[in-house]
Design a protein around this ligand. Structure first.
Ligand code: C2E
Ligand code: MG
Ligand code: MG
Length: 587
């Protein structure tokens, strides 16, 4: 019975994952207070392990543990009550104890007891002179011991320990790193984040074998990593299949990278499934105290993402990549506010010109964002970031609403134009997209043919079948469709032939350098124009920057052009002026 109780007690202690963790200010504060109240040089939070007393926190003690045998703290843990030894020299049990050998004469320990009634250890104070303890002092020691327990339970219950892996969490990583930095400021370390599976692999495991199996695999990996690290160091569970740890001090980075790769290769070799088949490891060298813990972790995690993206096993943190990622993140955060702000977003309009007559047939609607602090930000930067997120829908809706308002206003002024609007791949997955477009047109009494939707070749290829179905519906609703940035994607001709687009826009990359000479671009553009014509579509050349290019394109039979040679994207007022100033319009 006694053995069983001790086994359960040890289990409760080990579950807390407190043993051998770095010192923590949360505990040290309490220990200092205990020493002060008693006016004694030594105090400790002492946990009773199988055969040692291990100090989570200590004042005036050199070593971090002593043998459990004959330690009064063990008695406190076992009895779960206060123990006071007023003079070791005259005490029947402790007169010849290890503490007495070191000149200890006085001891008072208050028990650390869990809610389940397990005695974990003691909060103790020690003196080198015989002494008595007043009832007030002992009451204070009991209170402080209760505070230690609150701290322990707080850490355990507030997401400090992951319930699946049993490893300390991201929050604990931050805290431990902050504590380590207080202990050894300036010391060189390497933070490591290992991501054991890609999102699609996780989804496959859950789909095929259930979430319980995923939990088992996470536990298996946790054990393997913690075993590889040894008892001295801690593995943290920082994401579904992500683990983090910190290297010993002053490692040689090149050698350490080799060690990591080999270590994870060994873990993979002993894994029960192909779970760890695609490990991506990110490392971030840093100096303790010089980089905030959260940045250390984020840096290592972003390096792991880099490794993943480049199909590599390991990548070292790059400050440049990090600031790029941070800017991405910031832009994403700020764009949501921009959509609501009302004064940050606006549309500009770039004329599309009939090459044969010089007439302006319409315009492409292009989104502009003036960030309150960063100034103008190019859509080439922010669109790729936001279109991967839930913001794709409200953004396209914002553009549609404002573009259709403008189209209606121009129509009222007698300007008959077609406006084209760019949409993102994600928009094709919105089942009500067409309905929203139709409602927008009807509400402003506009004809469907006055609107053209531009979609890039690569956006279509993200989900070719779904895209095709959606585009067919759009065409049936009478809305014109243009394939944008033609020549840069990877669509097959068989696919393109099925897309119900009226217009194909040749990407500016081929058009910008077009000159009279029979260069590579000339041959490419000429081939594209003839191909598009054979597929029965109109050709629009984008990025026409010179008169030569315009002439060459006209000679090739290209119907329309757009580019700086004719006009840059224009603000509303400038657009109206530009159209009015075109003599060809009157023709
Ligand atoms: P895009 O749809 O291919 O638009 C043409 C881009 O080429 C525009 O860049 C335009 O300013 C630029 N351009 C036009 N003529 C010339 C020229 O002669 N020379 C050069 N060098 N460039 C020229 P912008 O406005 O920076 O837009 C970049 C891309 O951002 C657009 O490429 C489009 O993919 C995307 N985008 C812009 N507005 C929106 C929007 O409202 N929704 C979505 N989904 N994407 C948008
Ligand atoms: Mg476009
Ligand atoms: Mg384009």
């Amino acid at each position: 019975m006694q053995d069983y109780r001790e086994a359960a007690r040890l289990d409760a202690l080990h579950q807390l994952k407190l043993l051998d963790t770095p010192p923590s200010e949360h505990f040290d504060r309490i220990t200092r207070m205990a020493a002060q109240i008693f006016g004694l040089p030594i105090a400790a939070v002492s946990l009773t392990d199988q055969d040692r007393q291990w100090f989570k926190s200590r004042v005036g003690v050199e070593h971090d543990s002593i043998p459990r045998h004959k330690a009064p703290c063990a008695e406190v843990a076992e009895a779960r009550s206060l123990v006071v030894i007023e003079d070791f020299a005259t005490h029947p049990c402790y007169a010849d104890s290890l503490l007495a050998e070191h000149g200890t004469r006085f001891y008072a320990g208050a028990p650390l007891v869990t809610k389940d009634g397990y005695g974990l250890g003691a909060l103790c104070v020690i003196g080198t002179e015989p002494r008595i303890a007043t009832p007030e002092e002992l009451a204070a020691l009991n209170d402080l011991a209760a505070m230690v327990m609150e701290q322990i339970e707080l850490q355990h219950s507030f997401g400090r320990i992951d319930p699946i892996s049993g490893l300390p969490t991201r929050a604990q990583f931050r805290e431990d790193l902050a504590d380590l930095a207080l202990d050894c400021p300036g010391q060189a370390r390497v933070a490591v984040v290992a991501d054991l599976a890609r999102d699609d692999q996780i989804a496959k495991i859950v789909g095929a074998m259930g979430a319980v199996r995923l939990d088992e695999l996470v536990r298996e990996a946790s054990h393997a990593i913690q075993n590889a690290l040894g008892a001295e160091r801690t593995a943290y569970h920082v994401g579904t299949t992500q683990f983090a740890f910190v290297s010993p001090p002053d490692v040689d980075l090149a050698a350490y990278l080799v060690l990591l790769e080999r270590g994870f290769e060994a873990i993979r070799a002993t894994s029960s499934v192909r779970f760890v088949t695609s490990v991506a490891i990110g490392v971030r060298p840093f100096r303790l105290g010089e980089v905030p813990p959260e940045d250390v972790l984020r840096g290592a995690a972003s390096a792991a993402q880099d490794a993943r993206r480049n199909d590599g096993a390991i990548a070292v943190f790059s400050a440049a990549r990090d600031s790029e990622m941070r800017r991405h993140y910031d832009l994403l955060q700020d764009f949501g506010a921009a959509l609501e702000a009302g004064d940050q977003l606006r549309l500009v309009y770039q004329p599309r010109v009939d090459l044969a007559t010089g007439r302006c047939l319409g315009a492409e609607t292009l989104l502009r964002w003036r960030h309150p602090e960063l100034g103008e930000i190019s859509p080439a930067e922010f669109i790729p970031i936001i279109e991967q997120t839930a913001l794709a829908r409200p953004t396209t809706q914002w553009v549609l609403d404002h573009a259709l308002d403008q189209l209606a206003a121009w129509q009222a002024e007698g300007l008959d134009l077609t406006l084209s609007v760019n949409i993102s791949a994600a928009n094709l997955m919105e089942p009500d997209l067409i309905q929203r477009i139709q409602l927008g047109l009807m509400a402003r009494q506009l004809r469907p043919a006055q609107l053209e939707i531009e979609l890039t070749e690569s956006a279509m290829m993200a989900q070719p079948e779904k895209a095709l179905a959606m585009l067919r519906e759009l065409a049936e609703a009478g809305i014109a469709l243009a394939i944008d940035d033609f020549g840069t994607g990877h669509s097959s001709l068989a696919y393109l032939q099925q897309v119900p687009a009226h217009v194909v826009k040749i990407d500016q990359a081929f058009v910008r350098g077009l000159s009279a000479a029979w260069g590579a671009d000339y041959v490419l553009v000429e081939t594209m124009v003839s191909l598009i014509h054979k597929l029965g579509r109109r050709v629009v050349a984008e990025g026409v920057e010179t008169a030569d290019a315009a002439t060459i394109l006209a000679g090739m039979g290209c119907e329309e052009a757009q580019g700086y040679w004719f006009a840059r994207p224009l603000e509303v007022a400038a657009f109206a002026d530009w159209v009015a100033s075109r003599p060809a319009l009157a023709a």
